[in-house]
Every structure is written in structure tokens, then in C-alpha cells.
Design a protein around this ligand. Structure first.
Ligand SMILES: [Zn+2]
Length: 417
């Protein structure tokens, strides 16, 4: 089996977020910032052209951008107004920006410096400016002049449509999440060697839709949006943030994700009517919140304070794959088909763990499970997994459970299209 490890995490698409008068802030601190009137005027530099040496000739760049914009406009009350301009760079002065949002790719010294360390491994950066009230007034997207781009899925290039969609998410004020099939995952990956078997990820996941709706609401008036749930997790021990995840009760699909504050408070908005399970992930432990949340009858639910027990450290696979190729991206599977899927992690305990997926649409044949030791502490488990023909599209998590109570999870590892 060929072991291909695609890219390292966290490095690929860094967001630099600056506050207007308060100096530089990190992405985490920029939570909740948004455009005040939901309209984003954005200038697109003519430097982004397929005559650029790092963009594949014949790439349909403007179509890619257009479709990226439509994706966000289709699900939330936001509008982009674009115009093409000759300018190559922003005229930034200190941390206040110049008021013009620009998408550009330039080899001017400032950009060579910006991307010099990451070389070709990083697709783009987005810089967001906002005022003290949290209103965004400028956001610039810089494509990396050292990275390779295309729009046809070419191996080893970044898909421009994925990159634009991800970076426009930042322009709208969205942060990264930890779901590998999400548009706002930490990293935009280069196209892998599987070609049409693993097309670039271009669609928004439920979690992306919930995130953008939590900021801007929706244009549809069907009453489906936007319910919220909030609560507080009481952990023993020192406070660190927890990831809080919303899973659809009936299907097991991952619907939304947020991060709690260090004292365990969380708030998830932008949800459709439905019945959900909530679970949390923190410092290598995870667990479900008791009961379920019914948002079909109320617009907002507050979960009473939950005391949270410590769990055994969990098994979190680092790599996921099909066709024998491992990567850090989710695997995209088609309805009505079955696959041998692979999970790789640094824990021999997986040998005694049983994999399962919640909900009725994905079944695992545990008798087909195999575990291989790849050396250097990497254990790869694989098994046959079948996707029901009626499975709703979206992200599903795979859990691992051992008889001695140890558990593991690979969040949103399966992306059904
Ligand atoms: Zn990013």
C-alpha cells in the first residue's frame, strides 16, 4: 500500500486578523466579527490570471470565484459585489487597512516575505480588519505566489474554487473548525493523486452553513433557521476550551460545531429545526451531553449546567483514507456503495476497538477489520463500510469503542455526497 501523507495541519491557510485600533489579534479572539450590513464589496486584482506561472493555463478562474460567492450567498443573508481592478496590492498603513477589500496574488517583496517560510504548502491568507464593535470593514485575500493552482483537479495543485470558498468564509468572519470535511477546516489540501475518485471539496457542510447563518441569518422565510442552543459544561480541573459538536439525532450527521469558552460556556446558533445530540471534545477526552435537544418546538434551548466526568484518553486517528491512500482530509464516499476505509493513529489500542457510525445509513462490517503496524508507532486499521443509497449528504463521524471502556472518534471523517 502506498502511504501518502498530504500536508501538515494548521499551516496551510493561516488567517491573520487585525483589529482596527487595538493591534493584532489572533483568529480565536476575533470570534463573532461580521460585516454590519451583510454586503461585502470586494475588488479582484487582474493579477489573478491564468497567464501567471503558478496558475494552470486554461483555468476557469472567474467562474471558480463566482461559484464560491454563490455558495455563501445561497445559504445566508450575505451579498458580494465584485469588480475587477488593475491594482496589485493593498496600501496598508499600520493596522488600519485602506478600506478596500482586495483579492490578489502578487510577487512584490511584502508577499514574498509573507509566504516565504511556508513555500508552496500554503494556499492563501486572508486578513480581516474590524472595528471595536466587531464590524468588519475590510478583508483582503492574498493567494500565495509560490503555490500552484488550477480549477480542473490537477494533482499537486490547490483547487481555486476550494481556496476561494474557504477564504471567503474568513472574509465573512468565520473561523477554522476541526471537521475535516468542512469548508472551514484548518487546512485546504492540495489535490491528491486519486483524480476524479477524490474530487476537490467545494461544497459547504452543514457546519459551515450553521456558522455563517449564526452571523447573518438566512434569506429564506421557511422558518427553518435559525434556532440556537447554549449551555455550560463544568469540567473538573483547569479550564481549557472544549469543542462542542451538534449531531443530528436521526441520521448521525454532524450539523454544527463551536468552541466553548474556558469556563465551559457555549452557544451554537444558525441551526435548523430538528432533534440533536451534543457532544464535546477537550484535551483528548470526549463525551456525549445527556439527553437530546429538541429544536422543533422552541427557537432556543438552554442546556442546564452539565457536570462532566473525566474519560479515558481517546483514540483520535490522524489519517483517513480509501484506496490505500491516507491523508488528513475526510474521505468522500458515494451513496449506495461500499468501501474499505483506513484510519491511522499512534495507538496500538485500536487493535481491540470496534468501529461504528451512529445512525441507520452507514454500516460497518466489523468482521472485515484488519490492523497493520506501519512502524514508528503508526497503526492503521481498515474495514468495509457500506453507505446506504438513501443516506443524506453530509459529514459523519466514526467512533471506536473497546471492551474496557476506551473510546475514540474521527470527527466528520466520512463525507457523503
Ligand atoms: Zn483558513
Amino acid at each position: 500500500m502506498r502511504l501518502t501523507v498530504l500536508l501538515s495541519l494548521l499551516m496551510l491557510s493561516t488567517t491573520l486578523v487585525y483589529g482596527g485600533s487595538v493591534g493584532a489579534l489572533s483568529g480565536d479572539e476575533a470570534s463573532g466579527v461580521k460585516w454590519k450590513n451583510s454586503t461585502v464589496k470586494i475588488a479582484v486584482s487582474t493579477t489573478i490570471d491564468d497567464s501567471a506561472p503558478n496558475i494552470k493555463n486554461g483555468s476557469r478562474i472567474r467562474e471558480a470565484l463566482f461559484r464560491s460567492i454563490l455558495r455563501w450567498e445561497a445559504v445566508a443573508d450575505v451579498r458580494f459585489i465584485t469588480e475587477y481592478v488593475e491594482r496589485e496590492t493593498t496600501s496598508t498603513k499600520g493596522n488600519s487597512g485602506d478600506g478596500i477589500s482586495l483579492i490578489t496574488m502578487s510577487s512584490l517583496p511584502e508577499f514574498v516575505q509573507l509566504f516565504g517560510k511556508s513555500g508552496s504548502r500554503e494556499a492563501a491568507r486572508t486578513r480581516v480588519y474590524f472595528d471595536k464593535r466587531g464590524n468588519i470593514y475590510e478583508a483582503d485575500i492574498f493567494l500565495n505566489p509560490f503555490a500552484l493552482f488550477s480549477t480542473d483537479g490537477s494533482y499537486g495543485t490547490f483547487d481555486l474554487e476550494s481556496v476561494f470558498t474557504h477564504e471567503l468564509g474568513h472574509v465573512l468572519g468565520l473561523r477554522h473548525n476541526h471537521i475535516p470535511s468542512s469548508m472551514m477546516f484548518d487546512a485546504v489540501s492540495e489535490n491528491g493523486p486519486l483524480g476524479p475518485l477524490a474530487p476537490p471539496r467545494r461544497d459547504l457542510l452543514s457546519a459551515d452553513i450553521a456558522a455563517v447563518r449564526s452571523l447573518y441569518g438566512t434569506i429564506s422565510e421557511d422558518g427553518e433557521c435559525c434556532a440556537a442552543v447554549s449551555g455550560r459544561l463544568l469540567f473538573t480541573g483547569k479550564g481549557t476550551k472544549a469543542g462542542v459538536f451538534v449531531e443530528e439525532f436521526e441520521t448521525g450527521r454532524l450539523i454544527a460545531v463551536t468552541e466553548s469558552s474556558t469556563d465551559g460556556k457555549f452557544d451554537i446558533a444558525g441551526l435548523s429545526d430538528g432533534i440533536y445530540n451534543l457532544f464535546w471534545l477537550r484535551d483528548g477526552t470526549f463525551g456525549y451531553i445527556d439527553g437530546y435537544v429538541d429544536l422543533t418546538r422552541t427557537n432556543g434551548t438552554i442546556i442546564e449546567t452539565q457536570r462532566v466526568r473525566s474519560f479515558e484518553p481517546i483514540y483520535v486517528p490522524t489519517f483517513i483514507g480509501i484506496y490505500g491512500i491516507l491523508s488528513e482530509s475526510a474521505v468522500s464516499l458515494r451513496k449506495g456503495e461500499q468501501y474499505r476505509v483506513f484510519f491511522g493513529g499512534q495507538d496500538a489500542a485500536v487493535e481491540s476497538m470496534t468501529p461504528l457510525v451512529r445512525g441507520p445509513f452507514i454500516t460497518i462490517d466489523a468482521s472485515t477489520k484488519q490492523v497493520e503496524n506501519y512502524g514508528r508507532g503508526l497503526f492503521v486499521t481498515s474495514f468495509i463500510l457500506k453507505v446506504d443509497a438513501d443516506a443524506p449528504s453530509g459529514a459523519y463521524s466514526v467512533m471506536f469503542i473497546s471492551e474496557d471502556g476506551r473510546t475514540g472518534i474521527s470527527l466528520g471523517a466520512i463525507d457523503i455526497r
